[in-house]
Write a protein that binds this ligand. Structure first.
Ligand code: SF4
Ligand code: SF4
Length: 204
């Protein structure tokens, strides 16, 4: 294989002095500052609206608006009765290139619905935000439209979203109580919320 050697350009004497280069940088920064100050002032009095001025978002107090197609943290959509739309078909788990979705499907008590997810986890620590899970879902049961982008956590476990956090994106760990409507009952066992039928068979 041919190797191309790239030689770094030598600095000129003018560049080696550094002070002129610092002056050039300050000149550019000052030009942007003056231009934006002028345009924002003009916009205030209704002038030059066709010329766009730079805008600084005071994140996190002022979140930046996202494009319609932006992929943010996942959520599971729900039916009118509050139960998950997911039918546990595993298509999203199968298509996921990062293998970060774990689903355990259970028989749904309603004969018109084949299955439902007893367990549905997504490990955001390894998710690549490709959106394939959303594309593959035949039920529109999973979406990436929560607008949540601050998914940083202090441990790998906190990066793993369970069905509670996915059905209600406002929930964050530790989740001690389940107020969501599932076809099964949730109860706390060994610090984890688990689903069970009639309080006897543990499926979570
Ligand atoms: S966005 Fe991609 S990597 Fe993340 S869970 Fe969905 S399919 Fe997997
Ligand atoms: S979220 Fe959609 S694709 Fe994934 S298991 Fe549920 S119904 Fe199937």
């Amino acid at each position: 294989m041919a190797t191309k050697v790239l030689r770094r350009r030598e600095l000129t004497v003018w560049e080696k002095l550094y002070v002129p280069q610092i002056y050039c940088g300050l000149k550019i920064t000052t030009a942007h500052f003056v231009r934006n100050l002028f345009l924002h002032t003009a916009h205030r009095v209704g002038l030059l609206k066709h010329l766009r001025a730079s805008v600084t978002f005071q994140y996190p107090e002022e979140p930046r608006p996202f494009a319609f197609r932006f992929r943010s943290r996942h959520r599971l959509t729900v039916r009118d009765d509050g139960t998950p739309r997911c039918v546990g078909c595993m298509l999203c788990e199968t298509v996921c290139p990062a293998k970060c979705i774990t689903i355990v499907a259970g028989e749904h008590p309603d004969p018109n619905v084949e299955k439902y997810p007893v367990r549905f986890d997504i490990d955001l620590g390894i998710c690549v935000y490709c959106g394939y899970c959303v594309e593959a879902c035949p039920e529109d049961a999973i979406r990436m439209d929560t607008g949540i982008v601050d998914v940083a956590a202090s441990s790998r476990d906190e990066m793993k979203l369970d069905i509670h956090e996915l059905m209600n994106p406002a929930l964050r760990k530790p989740i001690a109580e389940c107020s969501l409507k599932f076809p099964h009952q949730c109860r706390l066992a060994e610090g984890q919320l688990r689903g069970s039928w009639d309080g006897s068979t543990d499926e979570g």
